[in-house]
Design a protein around this ligand. Structure first.
Ligand SMILES: [Zn+2]
Ligand SMILES: [Zn+2]
Length: 341
């Protein structure tokens, strides 16, 4: 089955990083060089409560091979809100416990996207405000949730809690995107960093704008290694649908295909990672299939399943296998949504 995401450019992104303009250890140019070394197309410069590094980022352009996406992390006592794509400082100092909705509206009014960073990371006294304690705001109303935070995100219990929260929001009908963010502060932390892949429309103009549009639409996949993809369609129909798209109702049997695709940044990780199966999940059910080399795409692993008529709400995929010999979730896609029957 082909069609989903065809024509899109899937940009490899790091959506959460700091420089010396807040508590990071790298200059902005060093951060750009670091991003290029990871094989990334885009890295967000999301310093705490400042945009003072953005002029430097703009002056660099893409000279190291990775673009820098303007951002700021609103670092408040009640939670950290990532403002992706904002060009100017966003005031955070007056935000009270009920202030998240206002902050999200302000970020959007400036053309940005609002994400909830590391919602379950322990807060005081370890990391002031890291734990999400805003009230009067439904997390599903943010533009995205940072499910996987820090290196080796698959191991952290606080990330598992974020993942559970996302699934419960999807089950309740929210269509909120899920990303990773290393919260990179500089060299020193060992471990695998996850990559967020955004399905960007090709065309002239900066990659940043296309990446924001992709995230807004939910064209998102996250992985420790190879790039996950998902196509959902009905037997006998010509086209299929990818993450962020909506499959209209119809009579044909549902078929889904999940693929892990090689990309330049994944090669160095191969010895640590082993992909074994794709688990297809929807509201109230799941099925799985083993991954096998895809004869149509060199180096890719694929799994295809026929789905029961009981599939409802959405379909998403988790890729499972092992990291350094330990069973692990190694990547996931955002959902394809199913329209009301
Ligand atoms: Zn933070
Ligand atoms: Zn941060």
């Amino acid at each position: 089955m082909r069609g989903a995401g065809e024509g899109l450019r899937w940009a490899a992104c790091e959506l959460h990083a700091h420089s010396i303009h807040s508590d990071g250890r790298l200059q902005v140019a060093e951060l750009a060089r670091y991003a290029a070394g990871r094989g990334l197309d885009l890295i967000a410069l999301s310093d705490h409560n400042t945009v003072s590094g953005l002029a430097e980022a703009a002056a660099l352009g893409g000279q190291y091979g990775s673009e820098i996406l303007s951002a700021m992390e609103l670092t408040t006592f009640y939670g950290h809100i990532l403002a992706l794509g904002v060009q100017d400082y966003v005031e955070w100092r007056g935000l009270g416990r009920e202030g998240a909705g206002g902050a999200v509206a302000e970020i959007r009014s400036r053309g940005g996207l609002a994400g909830i960073a590391h919602p379950f990371r322990p807060g005081n006294p370890f990391c002031t405000g890291c734990f999400w304690e805003f009230e009067g705001f439904e997390s599903g109303e943010a533009d995205y949730l940072e499910l996987w935070s820090e290196p080796d995100p698959h191991l952290a219990p606080c990330n598992a809690r974020a993942f559970e929260q996302w699934i419960s929001l999807l089950d309740r009908g929210f269509r909120v995107a899920a990303t990773s963010g290393t919260d990179y502060h500089g060299p020193g932390r060992e471990g695998l960093c996850a990559t967020t892949f955004l399905g960007c429309e090709p065309g002239p103009g900066a990659l940043g704008a296309a990446a924001l549009a992709a995230l807004r639409r939910g064209r998102v996949a996250v992985s420790l290694g190879a790039r996950p993809s998902l196509a959902l369609g009905r037997r006998g129909e010509g086209r299929s649908y990818g993450p962020g798209e909506e499959l209209p109702p119809g009579p044909g049997r549902l078929e889904a295909r999940a693929v892990l695709l090689p990309w330049r940044g994944a090669a160095s990780r191969l010895p640590e990672l082993r992909a074994e199966l794709a688990r297809f999940l929807w509201r109230g059910g799941s099925t799985e299939a083993g991954l096998a080399p895809d004869p149509e795409a060199g180096g890719a692993l694929a799994a295809q399943v026929e789905l029961p008529p009981s599939v409802e709400g959405y379909l998403r995929v988790e890729f499972r296998g092992s990291v350094r010999g330990e069973a692990a979730l190694i990547g996931f896609t955002n959902p394809v949504y199913l329209g009301p029957a």
